[in-house]
Design a protein around this ligand. Structure first.
Ligand code: B12
Ligand code: SF4
Ligand code: SF4
Length: 410
């Protein structure tokens, strides 16, 4: 043990903090702050949010409600929360920096038959798989200095409101779109936390709010998912509908999904803080060249939809097992692909939708039937109409599943 540590009981604390900050920077995190592991101030609002049903089918909220009260619900005896930010692509779909994209939203006039995937999925590897080993190494650094300590790294899945603690740790403010924003980084970053049962000196919380009178995110949401500033009804959010929900997408929300195949970035793309990233601490390209290589499947976040209908379970697994898109499994992604084709496809996609209407999964058949019906209505005089109409007619005779029958022409 160094002399300083023996003579000064606070030296070990300083050493831990220094080691954490050093390791975080070395691992590529672009922001690091420390918050006390106090009771969550947002807990009463979380309860109201759940009571209002805004959590939709994400039953882990009510099921683990008590654990959200205090970070001790995630690491018993937690005293400090180290909040970290890891950036993802801020480029637009043409490869330009989002700040030069005139509208701030790219791909608005999407190509027929092509779906968009949210920026956070553009990389070849699921972010959990990239970030978890980094958090483990940071935890190990703490334990090397203080072997009696306990530390746990979390990203996303633990019952902790990461944005609240990131704000408390000084990383940024919560925008009206509910996401954590940082003046330098915008909002295109993931949050991760390391919980430790050692009391570390906390950073100053981020108290100012830089949204001002702007309401761009609230106004732009295609499915009107914001109940008001800072409050999201997840059951209407495209990100929930296309990633988390295992059910049919409710009819009134299908059109708003537009060409979003997986996730949605609209409330971030319109945010002025994502268009002014001149001081961004780490260039996306350099990050991608190391751990964030662009996925072969979704270069720049665009995906040809018809090809998805040719993937059986095994081929789907081979192609998506390592990607965040695996989360929906094949039936969820094909459900989304059918909805997007219903919105932006045409009779050239009849063959894909006919495959969809013959799929083993009722949810794929039902979504494809809806899309087929919409295309027939939108293109009253196009070729391949006949094939689509014939397949829909066949379903009205043969189909047994209620969820599919509900989508068929009466
Ligand atoms: C569940 C979840 C979702 C849900 C719900 C989103 C949400 N805003 O809560 C869905 C599936 C919709 C979702 C979507 C997305 N997500 Co998400 N998601 C989470 C997760 C796992 C939990 C969030 C949570 O606790 N929500 C619960 C609600 C209650 O929290 P809240 O919105 O902050 O609610 C507060 C206020 O609304 C207010 N409030 C609530 N009700 C009421 C009522 C009244 C009357 C009042 C006054 C106030 C009030 O108090 C609440 C508590 O402080 C976090 C990871 C984590 N563990 O934190 C990632 C996380 C928030 N998601 C993230 C991302 C990237 C996304 C997407 C951008 C992905 C995409 N491109 O598709 C979208 C963005 C959509 C959006 N605008 O939020 C990142 C955000 C990073 C950042 N910079 O902030 C996180 C932190 C994941 C991570 N580890 O990086 N997500
Ligand atoms: S992610 Fe899309 S659907 Fe969800 S709140 Fe933001 S703009 Fe609306
Ligand atoms: S779009 Fe405007 S209101 Fe929404 S988070 Fe960004 S600055 Fe805040």
């Amino acid at each position: 043990m160094p002399d300083a540590v023996e003579n000064d009981p606070n030296a070990i604390i300083r050493e831990i903090v220094q080691a954490i900050r050093g390791a975080a920077a070395e691992e590529g995190f672009v922001a690091c702050g420390i918050a006390p592991a106090v009771d969550s101030q947002g807990f009463p609002d979380l309860v109201r949010w759940i009571d209002a049903g805004y959590h939709a089918d994400m039953e882990y909220f009510p099921n683990r409600l008590d654990a959200y009260r205090n970070p001790g619900g995630v690491l018993p005896g937690a005293k400090s929360v180290v909040a970290l930010a890891w950036p993802y692509s801020a480029l637009d779909r043409s490869g330009e920096d989002a700040e030069v994209s005139a509208a701030g939203r790219d791909g608005e006039d999407g190509e027929a038959g092509v779906g968009k995937v949210a920026r956070y999925t553009w990389q070849a590897t699921d972010y959990h798989d990239v970030i978890h080993p980094k958090l483990k190494r940071i935890c190990r650094t703490v334990l090397q200095i203080c072997p009696t300590a306990n530390a746990r790294g979390i990203v996303d899945t633990a019952p902790l409101m990461e944005r609240e603690f990131a704000q408390l740790a000084g990383l940024g403010w919560r925008g009206k779109n509910t996401l954590l924003l940082n003046k330098t980084l915008g909002s295109y970053f993931f949050l991760a936390c390391v919980l430790v049962d050692v009391e570390l000196p906390a950073d100053t919380p981020h108290q100012s709010d830089h949204c001002g009178t702007c309401t761009a995110c609230l106004d732009a949401c295609p499915t009107d998912a914001f109940v008001g500033p800072h409050v999201l009804d997840a059951s209407r959010c495209i990100s929930y509908l296309t990633i988390e929900s295992r059910e049919m997408i409710p009819e009134p929300l299908r059109e708003g999904i537009g060409d979003w195949l997986f996730g949605c970035d609209v409330c971030q793309e319109v945010c002025p803080w994502n268009r002014k990233q001149t001081k961004r601490a780490m260039s996306d390209e350099s990050a991608m060249q190391s751990e964030w290589r662009l996925s072969q499947d979704t270069p720049r976040g665009l995906m040809e939809l018809a090809t998805l209908f040719h993937l059986d379970e095994e081929a789907f697994r081979d192609r998506f097992r390592k990607s965040p898109m695996w989360r929906t499994r094949r039936r969820g992604l094909l459900r989304n692909a059918a909805i997007v084709l219903g919105n932006v496809g045409n009779t050239e996609h009849a063959d894909a939708l006919i495959r969809g209407m013959r799929d083993a999964e009722p949810i794929v058949r039902a979504s494809s039937a809806w899309a087929g019906k919409r295309i027939l209505a939108r293109f009253p005089a196009a070729p391949r109409r006949h094939a689509l109409a014939t397949e829909l007619k066949r379903l009205t005779i043969d189909e047994q599943s209620e969820i599919v029958r509900a989508e068929l022409p009466t």
